[in-house]
Structures are given as C-alpha cells and as structure tokens.
Design a protein around this ligand. Structure first.
Ligand SMILES: Nc1ncnc2c1ncn2[C@@H]1O[C@H](COP(=O)(O)OP(=O)(O)OP(=O)(O)O)[C@@H](O)[C@H]1O
Length: 306
C-alpha cells in the first residue's frame, strides 16, 4: 500500500496508477464479503483452461506461454496495460485466432484451434469490444439471431413455415423476450439498434450473448466508452446474470475499479506474459502489477532499463 501511495504521488504516475489506488481502497472496504465465495469457488470444477498458449504476429509476441484456468460460476478478469495481449487471448478462446502453440480446453473438449462455428454448442457466447450488432435490425431481431445454433429446421422448412420451424421461431422469440425483460430492454425492443445510445447498444449486445444460454460468457470491454452511470448499471447487470443464471464470466475491462469489484480472480498480462494471478486484493498488493500499471521501465538481462 505504501509503495502505491508513494508512486501515486509521484509525477510519473499514470492514469491507471490512480485507478489502481482507488480500487485498492474500495477492495479493502469490502474485503469481508469475499471469503465465503472464495472458499466455495476453490472447490468448483474447471470449465475452461488455457495451457501453454503462445501467439506472435510477425516479430511481435502477443502471448507467451500463457496458462489460465476458469472455474465454474466465477467471474474471472483478464487485465493489463494497452497491448498486453488481452484481446489476443479472448480471440484465441473464441476461435478467431489459432495460437502458435498450446491448447484450449472447454469442458471435456481440448483444441489446438477452437472451432468458432461450434462455440455456441460448446456453451460459450461473447460480446465484442466494438459492438458486433446489426444496426439496421431491431433490438428484438438482434437478440433473436443468438438462437441460430439451436435452430435445426432447414432453410426450406423456414421458408414454408413448417410446424417445426414455427416452434423454433417461437422458442427463440420467447427466450429473447425473457432476456430483454431481464436486462430492462423491453421498452426499446422494436427500435432499430443503431438509433440507441451507445450504453444501451452495449446492453443489447449482452442480451444477444445471453439469449444463446451460454455456460461461459466472454465479455470484451463491456463498459468501454460508457458514462459512470452506465458503467454502474452494466456492472449491476453482470452481477445479476451470474446470480440468476450461474453463468461463468470471463471479463476483459480497462476500468480497474469495475474489475476489482466484479471479479473473483484476476489474471494480469503485461507484454504478452502473465505476471500475476489471484484474488482482487492479492492483485492490488502485487508489486509486479503495480510496476506494470505505473509504467516502471522493463529491465534487460543485464539489469539495464529498456
Ligand atoms: N492482428 C494483429 N496484427 C499484428 N499485431 C497484432 C494484431 N493483434 C494484436 N497485435 C499486437 O499484439 C500485441 C497484443 O495486442 P492485444 O490487442 O492482444 O493487446 P490488448 O491487451 O488487448 O490491448 P488493448 O488494451 O490496447 O486492446 C500488441 O503488440 C499488438 O500490437
């Protein structure tokens, strides 16, 4: 703590350093609540794991030998400064990128490259950093697209509106309506998604991911670009999702206060390496994390700053 205070007061302390200090104070105030869930989560099964994953783009190492486990029902954050490798990791989990080496386990299945087209069937849904919505469709239509993987009727069946195709359409509509109500979006269900304020569009994206009834939800910067009020609302909804559906959540987010408040465990990346992994309070006390966020110069093997 004293190191943080000192660093925070120094002229070189960055924006993230200030956030880290604020998050530490908040975490200390709420520490007593955490221990019960920590104990029960420690016994929970691993539902997803990353094993020795590395990825380079040309000469740039985006990820270097990363191990990470995610337990049933936890909210697991992945944080790190810009360029640390967070998006690369979430893109590997969702099959957008194939790692150069390592494996990804989802439930009982193990992959060198996660098949994106099977992601929903594996029980995984994601949101995108820069909204992946159809702006010209209504909110309800966007959310209904999430049920495509559960749709077993043929194209001709849908065209002719066979009983089976109608039942599936009805089930998709009912699920979408339930999710919209849960996320307080019913009022805007018939609005064109592109006409909604940004914060609401982010919530529609959460709704679409939830409509796929995922066991694991990947949230890629769900609060990016939001006002403080919108962030608080979104944080409440993310908490509610876990409480209501028991969904396991993997969260990438720049707002350290939000991360520390929502997460059970936090992994920290820096220059493609995992430099820390633990509970929010452990992370906030970790010297390597403090250095990474305050921009302390990296040293080469001879101990010289680089
Ligand atoms: N498609 C790509 N082509 C080339 N380099 C890439 C590509 N994607 C990522 N990188 C590089 O890999 C490294 C890790 O990037 P990544 O986007 O995963 O980090 P990040 O932690 O998500 O950053 P940010 O917080 O800024 O989104 C960076 O050096 C980045 O420039």
């Amino acid at each position: 703590m004293s190191v943080l205070r000192f660093a925070f007061g120094s002229p070189g302390a960055g924006f993230y350093g200030a956030e880290l200090l604020q998050a530490q104070n908040t975490a200390e105030a709420g520490r007593s609540d955490a221990s019960h869930s920590e104990a029960s989560l420690a016994k929970a099964a691993t539902v997803l794991s990353i094993e020795g994953v590395s990825l380079s783009f040309g000469g740039v190492t985006a990820l270097s030998n990363i191990d990470l486990d995610v337990r049933q029902g936890e909210t697991r954050a992945i944080i790190g400064p810009n360029g640390a490798g967070k998006s690369s990791l979430i893109n590997i989990i969702s099959g957008v990128y194939r790692p150069d080496s390592g494996r990804i386990r989802i439930g009982a299945a193990s992959f060198a490259h996660v098949p994106t087209q099977k992601l929903a069937r594996l029980g995984v849904a994601r949101t995108f950093q820069n909204l992946g919505l159809f702006k010209g469709l209504t909110v309800l239509e966007n959310v209904m697209t999430a049920r495509e993987h559960a749709n077993t009727s043929t194209f001709i069946g849908q065209l002719l509106a066979t009983p089976s195709a109608r039942r599936q359409e009805q089930a998709a509509r009912e699920r979408a309506e339930r999710v919209l109500s849960f996320l307080h979006l019913t009022e805007v269900r018939d609005r064109l998604t592109g006409t909604l304020p940004y914060g609401l569009q982010k919530r529609v994206e959460l709704a679409r991911a939830l409509a796929a009834t995922p066991r694991i939800l990947l949230l890629d910067e769900p609060m990016a670009g939001m006002t403080a009020t919108e962030k608080n609302e979104m944080a409440d909804f993310v908490r509610a999702v876990r409480a209501e559906f028991g969904t396991t959540i993997i969260l990438i987010e720049h707002d350290i206060g939000v991360v520390m408040d929502l997460s059970d465990r936090v992994a920290v990346l820096d220059y493609g390496r995992k430099i820390a992994d633990g509970t929010p309070s452990q992370i906030l006390e970790d010297q390597a994390v403090i250095d990474a966020y305050l921009g302390v110069a990296h040293e080469n093997e001879d101990g010289e700053g680089i």
